[in-house]
Write a protein that binds this ligand. Structure first.
Ligand code: ZN
Length: 306
């Protein structure tokens, strides 16, 4: 039978449509519910950042609020294995032992994990979690947590001297400088780009094993390059760690969007294909490139001190 060209084009259209069907998208889960940051405002931005790439379907699991009874925590037990990556927008009370154990097994067995900003402040006492994130800040972290990791003169330093882990100065726009342009997450991105107003996390400390720094920024506090995009291996699992994203206006940045999309795809699959195109509106060294999102930003940066 000969196919008429209109039938043929319909078939082609259907075939193409199937390639972007929900079934083929990467199913990921954002965890929030407690944070010293406005998680209820920033989770929708993270969701939009991922979904706008067309590569992900995003679900959210919200923990019980701070101070909840054990009974409420018993009802929170996400099925991590139903997702190719877990994204943490959480900084709060310890998860129940059963959840910690299933999360540890999930990543160890090859699940993807993405740590956003203050998620690396969380769980200072949870050994496995600190191995996953590599470095973290606050929560009593100090030299006992591990070395302070930074870049100076193009070299990676592991500073074991005494001192607390985690610091930042006033929020400002800063240059993110790629340290490895060959990694799938950073390949093809401008070597230096201006990031929206954010906290520049400094003096992060931790076990820092199986870690690679993909980008760093010169800190006004320490005068060295502090890591902001990192990748780690934990068992068979891959971890993408971004220290960026203090507020909605920090996240609404094409640089943040693109690196989150790529980092999440890489954590999920080990490759970056669906999100590899560099957007034309990616920031330059001289100009921040803001993402427009209806109703946002809801937060305002603090006024500079006089
Ligand atoms: Zn912050």
């Amino acid at each position: 039978m000969r196919l008429r060209s209109s039938t043929l084009s319909l078939l082609i259209t259907l075939t193409l449509a199937c390639h972007t069907s929900a079934a083929e998208k990467l199913r990921v889960l954002i965890i929030d519910g407690q944070n010293n940051h406005k998680w209820d405002i920033t989770t929708p931005v993270l969701k939009h950042a991922l979904e706008s790439s067309d590569a992900f379907t995003v679900e959210v699991s919200t923990t019980p609020p701070k101070g909840s009874a054990t009974e409420a925590w018993r009802g929170w037990n996400p099925d991590f294995n139903g997702y190719v990556a877990i994204i943490s927008n959480y900084n709060g009370e310890p998860w129940p032992e059963t959840v910690r154990s299933s999360f540890d097994q999930y990543v160890k067995n090859g699940g993807g994990f993405v740590s956003i900003h203050a998620a690396n402040n969380s769980f200072p006492e949870w050994k496995e979690y600190n191995q996953m994130i590599g470095v973290g800040g606050w929560g009593g972290r100090n030299e006992a947590s591990g070395p302070w990791l930074y870049v100076k003169d193009g070299k990676l330093f592991r500073d074991t001297s005494k001192g607390s882990g985690g610091a930042h100065g006033p929020q400002h726009e800063f240059i993110v400088e790629i340290q490895n342009s060959e990694h799938p997450i950073t390949k093809g991105l401008p070597k230096r780009w201006l990031h929206a107003k954010d906290e520049l996390y400094s003096r992060l400390r931790g076990p820092a094993e199986n870690i690679e720094i993909l980008s760093a920024s010169v800190s006004d506090l320490t005068a060295v390059k502090e890591p902001n995009l990192m990748v780690l291996q934990y068992g068979k699992g891959r971890v993408f760690h971004t220290t960026l994203g203090h507020a909605d206006y920090s996240m609404l940045d094409h640089g943040f969007y693109e690196t989150l999309q790529r980092g999440t795809e890489w954590a999920a699959t080990g490759a970056v294909t669906a999100t590899a195109d560099v957007p034309v509106d990616f920031p330059t060294e001289n100009a921040v490139s803001a993402v427009k999102l209806e109703g946002y930003p809801k937060q305002q940066p603090p006024a500079p001190k006089k």
